[in-house]
Design a binder for this molecule. Structure first.
Ligand code: UT7
Length: 337
């Protein structure tokens, strides 16, 4: 297990200049799922808090969702696509194994001078991307970055498996990272952690070099997301609690200073456990999993954009982002807006 912690003291601080998100049009409710698998709206709502999720169209790929979210973030930041120098897409559902989804996004958006690559850190991916952008832009290698969490999980879910298909959804969220030159908001702390020993708890077993989907020993079921839900749940609660406390402490703050908590949107019961530990008021927590389900790397990014656009984040507010996912991976970031 590794944990890396850093504060923004040794380089130029960075801030978020704009956010954006995009959700596909099609809404699939719990009631819709009752028709295809042995489940109920009551079970899904009480066990997870999820009521609906969005499903991308067949010809709408992860890069399309990502580009739409990215365009909105660029517009809000007031930065031309042509001026973006770095694009990082966090995803576990890339358009293709290679090239990276970020390369398609570069073309969709016309960010023609941007260096573009993906990172795979599951639900923690957007916060991993934030840290990569913080050090890259803060260290001076790039003058700005567009970071995007985007997923088309509907393409990797077994729609006959009630243990997983009710949980996930599609969507994308984005943020533009720039140097904070006049003290107008900055990333105060960033914490990343990984425990590869638990890699088997949540994965997509097929499609990689360990199990190419072209060989005859690779049945279709290996192409889908598999999860030991109860085990993952326990790890999620512990890791997100620790990442939250570590992040707040590294920022030189206490939980009372946090104006808004934006957690990964996997399960309301996980969020409740974190809120209880941090003693943060429930109304200071941003939740949208009821509408979108678990969108993995996109979840924190979509929530950040919605919170921002709804006026839940004001200049000077200190916000805590925290995530957990396959890997296992976890991450937190404390941002002064
Ligand atoms: O984003 C990455 C991180 N992911 C997470 O953090 C997810 C973490 N895990 C969870 O959120 C929860 O473990 C789940 C929501 C996945 C499952 O909830 P649970 O309370 O842990 O349920 P369970 O897996 O222990 O299953 C309880 C029962 C089982 O039946 P039996 O064996 O008790 O008869 C399941 O078969 O519920 C059954 N079940 C369902 N019933 C109706 C499982 N899925 C469903 C379903 N509808 N969709």
């Amino acid at each position: 297990m590794t944990d890396s912690a850093s504060t923004a003291q040794t380089m130029t601080p960075v801030r978020i200049a704009g956010t954006g998100s995009y959700l596909p049009e099609r809404i699939m409710t719990n009631k819709d799922l009752e028709k295809s698998v042995d489940t109920s709206d009551e079970w899904i709502t009480t066990r997870t808090g999820i009521r609906a999720r969005r499903i991308a169209a067949e010809d709408e790929h992860t890069s399309h969702l990502a580009a739409k979210a990215g365009a909105k973030a660029l517009e809000q930041a007031g930065i031309d696509a042509a001026d973006i120098e770095l694009i990082i897409v966090a995803t576990i559902t890339p358009d293709t194994l290679t090239p990276a989804t970020a390369c398609y996004v570069q073309q969709h958006l016309g960010c023609l001078k941007a260096v573009a690559f993906d990172i795979s850190a599951a639900c923690s991916g957007f916060l991993y991307a934030l840290e990569m952008a913080r050090t890259s832009v803060g260290g001076g290698a790039f003058k700005n970055a567009l970071i995007i969490g985007a997923e088309k999980l509907s393409a990797f879910v077994d729609w006959t498996d009630r243990n997983t298909c009710v949980l996930f959804g599609d969507g994308a969220g984005a943020a533009v990272i720039v140097p904070s030159t006049n003290g107008d908001g900055r990333v105060l702390s960033s914490q990343l952690g990984t425990d590869g020993a638990q890699a088997g708890l949540l994965n997509i077993p097929g499609g990689g070099s360990a199990c190419p989907m072209t060989t005859e020993n690779a049945p279709e079921s290996l192409a889908y997301l598999a999860m030991q839900g109860r085990e993952v749940f326990k790890h999620a609660v512990n890791a997100m609690k620790k990442a939250s406390i570590d992040g707040i402490t590294a920022a030189g703050l206490t939980p009372k200073d946090i104006k808004l908590l934006i957690p990964h949107q996997a399960n309301l019961r996980i969020i409740d456990a974190i809120v209880e530990r941090l003693e943060i008021n429930r109304e200071d927590v941003f939740i949208n999993l009821d509408k979108y389900g678990n969108t993995s790397a996109a979840a924190v990014a979509i929530a950040l954009d919605e919170a921002h656009r709804e006026g839940r984040i004001q200049r000077g507010d200190k916000i805590l982002l925290v995530a957990f996912g396959a890997g296992l991976t976890w991450a937190s970031a404390v941002i002064e807006w």
